[in-house]
Design a protein around this ligand. Structure first.
Ligand code: PLP
Length: 370
C-alpha cells in the first residue's frame, strides 16, 4: 500500500450536512454485519469525461432518473473492504490498492469510467476518518466499506453511460459469524461463463445467483458451490467467497481462470501460507476428484474466504443426486491458523510485514481515541 499522503487535488470536501449528520449520530446498541449504515457517504460525479471533486455528505437516498442506464442494463460495479480499529491507534484500511485495481478492472469490463486510485483511497480515508468514533473495536468488528460505481446517464439506448456516479457508503459492523457451512454443488445453473463477467464485481452477477442460492436455502443449505460454466466439472467458488481445500495436508485452491473473482482474502491467505513455508497448489480442481478425496479421507478440510467472513469452514458438501460428503474437520487446523494469522495483521496485533495496512490520518480535533 502506498501510505504516502494523497495529493491535495484529490482531497475530499466535507459538506456541512455531513458534520450535522455525524454530530447527531448514535451507534445503535445492537449491530450485526452490514445492516447499520453510517450517517455519511462520499460522492463524486463523472461528466464530460472528467471527475468532479469528491465530497463527504450526509447519507441520503439518491435522485436517479428512471431512465438511468444502471437501472435498465445493470451498468453497476462495486467493492467491499474493511477499516479496522482494534489494536491500532488510528483506523487502518486493509489493502485498498487491491480493491482499487479490482474496481477499475470491473469498471473497464462494464464500460464505466476508471476511478483514479488517489480519489478512491482519499474517499475511503475520508469516510473512515469521519466514522472513526463509531468503528466498533472488538476483534472481528470493523467499518465495512462499500464503494460503488453507477452509470447514471438517462437514455434507453444501449450504450456506455456518459455520466456516472461513484459512491462510498459504510457500515459499522459486528463480526460476520457463520457456523460451519453446508454447501450444495450447483450442477446445472451457471454463475459465470468464459468471456463473461465472473471475474469482476458486477452487481448483475449477484442478481443472477440469487435463484440458486434461494433454492439451496430452501433445502437447508447455506451456500451454493459454483462449477465452471462450460462443463460443470471444475470447482470455481461460492457466491461471495473463494474456496480452499486441504488434501493430504497440502493447500489447494482453484486457479484464477477468468471466471472466478480474484478475492483479496484469497490472495492474502496465499501470501501468508507461502510465507509460512506451506505448499500451495493453484490449479483446476475437478469436482469428482475432490469428492473422491473427501470420501477417501484425503481431503480433511474445505473452507471459504472473503472480506466479510474472512475464513468460513465448510462442514458438508451435498451433490444434486442427494449424496452427502462430510468433512472430518470443520473448522480444521489450517483454516483456524490462516484465519488467525490474517486477522492478527488486519487488526494490528502482528507486524504488517506485507505493507497491507493503510493508516487513516485523523484530524487533530477528532475524539476517535476516546
Ligand atoms: C464472487 C466472489 N468471490 C469471492 C469473493 C471474495 O473476495 P474478497 O476476498 O476480495 O472479499 C467475493 C467477495 O467480494 C465475491 O463476491
Amino acid at each position: 500500500v502506498n501510505q504516502s499522503a494523497i495529493p491535495t487535488e484529490w482531497c475530499i470536501d466535507t459538506h456541512t450536512d455531513a458534520r450535522a449528520a455525524l454530530a447527531a449520530y448514535r451507534l445503535p446498541a445492537r449491530i450485526d454485519f452490514g445492516s447499520v449504515l453510517a450517517p455519511v457517504m462520499v460522492r463524486a460525479d463523472w461528466r464530460d469525461g472528467v471527475w468532479g471533486r469528491a465530497r463527504l455528505q450526509a447519507y441520503a437516498p439518491l435522485a436517479l432518473d428512471p431512465a438511468a442506464l444502471c437501472l435498465h442494463y445493470a451498468q453497476e460495479v462495486f467493492e467491499g473492504l474493511k477499516a479496522y480499529r482494534v489494536a491500532t491507534p488510528t483506523p487502518v484500511i486493509f489493502r485498498p490498492d487491491m480493491n482499487s485495481a479490482r474496481l477499475n478492472r470491473s469498471a473497464e469490463r462494464l464500460s464505466l469510467p476508471a476511478v483514479p486510485e488517489p480519489m478512491f483511497r482519499a474517499a475511503l480515508r475520508a469516510i473512515s476518518a469521519a466514522c472513526a468514533p463509531f468503528i466498533p473495536g472488538a476483534s472481528g468488528q470493523s467499518l465495512y466499506l462499500r464503494p460503488l460505481l453507477l452509470g447514471t446517464q438517462a437514455t434507453l439506448g444501449v450504450n456506455p453511460a456518459l455520466e456516472a456516479v461513484f459512491l462510498v457508503i459504510a457500515s459499522p459492523s459486528a463480526a460476520y459469524v457463520t457456523r460451519p457451512l453446508k454447501v450444495v454443488i450447483e450442477r446445472s445453473a451457471t454463475r459465470a461463463a468464459a468471456g463473461g463477467t465472473g471475474d469482476v464485481k458486477a452487481g448483475g452477477n449477484y442478481a443472477a445467483a440469487l435463484l440458486a442460492n434461494a433454492a439451496a436455502r430452501a433445502r437447508g443449505f447455506d451456500q451454493v458451490l459454483w462449477l465452471d460454466g462450460g462443463e460443470h466439472r471444475y470447482v470455481e467458488e461460492l457466491t461471495v467467497m473463494n474456496v480452499f481445500a486441504v488434501i493430504d495436508g497440502v493447500l489447494h485452491t482453484p486457479s484464477l481462470t477468468g471466471t472466478i473473482l480474484p478475492g483479496v482474502t484469497r490472495d492474502s491467505l496465499l501470501a501468508i501460507a507461502r510465507r509460512d513455508g506451506l505448499t500451495v497448489h493453484e490449479r483446476r480442481m475437478g469436482i469428482d476428484a475432490l469428492l473422491a478425496a473427501i470420501r477417501a479421507g484425503a481431503c480433511t478440510e474445505l473452507f471459504a474466504c472473503g472480506t466479510a467472513a474472512i475464513v468460513a469452514s465448510i462442514a458438508e458438501l451435498a451433490d444434486a443426486d442427494g449424496s452427502r460428503y462430510e468433512l472430518s474437520q470443520a473448522p480444521g487446523p489450517m483454516a483456524v491458523r490462516l484465519r488467525a494469522r490474517l486477522l492478527d495483521i488486519q487488526e494490528g496485533r502482528a507486524v504488517d510485514e506485507f505493507g497491507w495496512l493503510d493508516p487513516v490520518p485523523l484530524p487533530e480535533s477528532s475524539d476517535a481515541g476516546t
